[in-house]
Design a protein around this ligand. Structure first.
Ligand code: WQD
Length: 339
């Protein structure tokens, strides 16, 4: 049986990927320091995995001795590296902690892999590496331009993996550039659980719909888009998880490395998402038009053709399903994972 190490395993995308890998017949070893997730996720995963006790290691990817001990305890065939800080605004305020954690953690994991002859690596990257796109839809050949420290850590991470592969061709890396992950597992048992005020649109809209927050602030309606509000490529987190399974399958079955966009290829505006959420929840989502948020771009959506041709993967869920699954999670877990 193929054993996959998931770093950042109790986080939003990783926990959904854990389930998808289990369903695909992989043995998963989860690793997390709970710096941005809850131990309660493990109990939820155990129920969703049919009662099987999750194999889990608590610690930081920046702790070399701990990471080494994980590779000594488990025979790892491939690594999916999610563990990273991911808030754009926070990264601007705390660049050193972002570089230490995101780059330091990546280097520590890759060095341990190298010592243990493990050379298949899936890297959680982001459409943020494209900055303000010159053309839409965005292909993997588009200009790369990080506009914040978080995006820089993703760009540098991709460069580290490219240099590693050039130096040691037996390394196989799959770089996955996520667009805007949203939604939740259809069971309503796991989902996005932001701490404090959500930075991202859908979790904020969900909290307005459930009555936890009064009104949504729409950051600008004077963008160069059909209704003036920002357009993004929202992708269901379950589709994203399946994209990781497809990426690992390719790394295990076919020589070589790749970089692909994981998006739907369809952009939706803020107001379109608000209307879709109201339809899915049956609840009003009142909003005000507020000033633009610094650093935001007009529109961003993927050309997903390469992931289809290379991985045989295409997103399956539409915006209505993304909102329905998000709403079920929000309604069933008004306080997230903390009971
Ligand atoms: C979406 C749209 C906002 C909140 C970010 C990161 C990116 C990735 C995904 C990690 C924009 C508008 C938002 C609100 C609003 N994260 N908005 N009111 O900025 O596209 O991407 O998250 O990889 O790296 O940059 O996502 O959900 O924050 O914003 O009007 O309260 O919603 O202006 O147009 P974004 P978002």
């Amino acid at each position: 049986m193929t054993t996959i190490l998931l770093t950042g395993a109790t986080g939003y995308i990783a926990s959904h990927t854990w389930l998808a890998l289990g369903a695909a017949g992989c043995q998963v070893v989860g690793l997390d320091d709970f710096s941005n997730s809850s131990p309660a996720v493990l109990q939820r995963l155990q129920a969703l995995l049919g009662g099987e006790q999750p194999v889990f290691e608590q610690g930081s990817v920046t702790d070399a001795a701990f990471v080494e001990s994980v590779f000594q305890r488990h025979r790892i065939d491939a690594v999916v590296h999610f563990a990273a800080f991911k808030a754009v605004g926070e990264s601007t305020a705390k660049p050193l902690s972002y570089y230490a954690n995101n780059i330091g953690g990546l280097l520590t994991v890759c060095e341990a892999m190298r010592r243990h002859g493990c050379h298949r690596f899936v890297f959680s990257s982001s459409a943020t590496v494209y900055g303000k796109p010159e053309a839409l839809p965005i292909t993997e050949q588009a200009r790369l331009q990080a506009t914040n420290p978080y995006g820089q850590t993703k760009l540098i991470g991709e460069q580290i993996l490219a240099d590693l592969g050039a130096a040691e061709p037996h390394w196989q890396t799959g770089v996955l550039r996520y667009f805007n992950p949203v939604g939740a597992h259809a069971s309503g048992q796991i989902g996005e659980d932001p701490r404090g005020i959500p930075n991202n649109l859908m979790p904020y809209v969900a909290q307005v719909a459930v009555g936890k927050r009064a009104r949504l602030q729409v950051f600008g309606n004077d963008y160069d888009t059909p209704d003036g509000t920002g357009v993004r490529d929202y992708i269901h987190v379950t589709d994203l998880a399946e994209g990781h399974v497809a990426a690992l399958r390719r790394l295990l079955e076919t020589p070589g490395s790749f970089t692909v966009n994981l998006g739907t290829g369809r952009g939706y505006s803020v107001l379109e998402l608000v209307r879709a959420y109201e339809a899915a929840s049956g609840r009003p989502v009142p909003y005000d038009i507020a000033p633009r948020r610094p650093g935001d771009i007009d529109a961003c959506y993927a050309d997903p053709a390469l992931a289809q041709s290379l991985l045989g993967w295409t997103a399956q869920h539409d915006l209505a399903r993304m909102c329905e699954d998000s709403w079920r999670w929000q309604r069933m877990n008004p306080h997230g994972f903390e009971t």
